[in-house]
Design a protein around this ligand. Structure first.
Ligand code: SF4
Ligand code: SF4
Length: 96
């Protein structure tokens, strides 16, 4: 699953590193390795890997992460499986 990626540059993921307490929960729950603890703070290391599942924001104890959940474009991902990456489109659903 890690080989399938969202459209580049459009993820709504945002991190307030001044609020982050470095607990590491977001790094633990992220299924795509988007977040990593660096110098006792979370950092977004792969923004285009974010599928906007919302797990990090839901599990952050201090609400340092915001992401619009549920808009990881399942249509696009499924089309990459069926048609290949070049032919896949987002589909124009509620996410775009
Ligand atoms: S929304 Fe999901 S995929 Fe994106 S950074 Fe958070 S846990 Fe990872
Ligand atoms: S879950 Fe929140 S407080 Fe914990 S490391 Fe991630 S952003 Fe920081």
């Amino acid at each position: 699953m890690k080989t399938f990626r969202y459209l580049p540059g459009v993820a709504t993921l945002s991190l307030d590193d001044t609020t982050c307490v470095g607990c590491g929960m977001c790094e633990t729950v992220c299924p795509h390795g988007v977040l990593k603890i660096d110098h006792k703070k979370a950092a977004i290391i792969d923004p285009d890997g974010c599928m906007e599942c919302g797990a990090c924001a839901t599990n952050c104890p201090v609400h340092a992460i915001t992401v619009t959940p549920g808009v990881g474009c399942a249509s696009y991902i499924i089309q990459t499986w069926i048609k290949g990456k070049e032919a896949a489109t987002c589909g124009g659903g509620s996410c775009c």
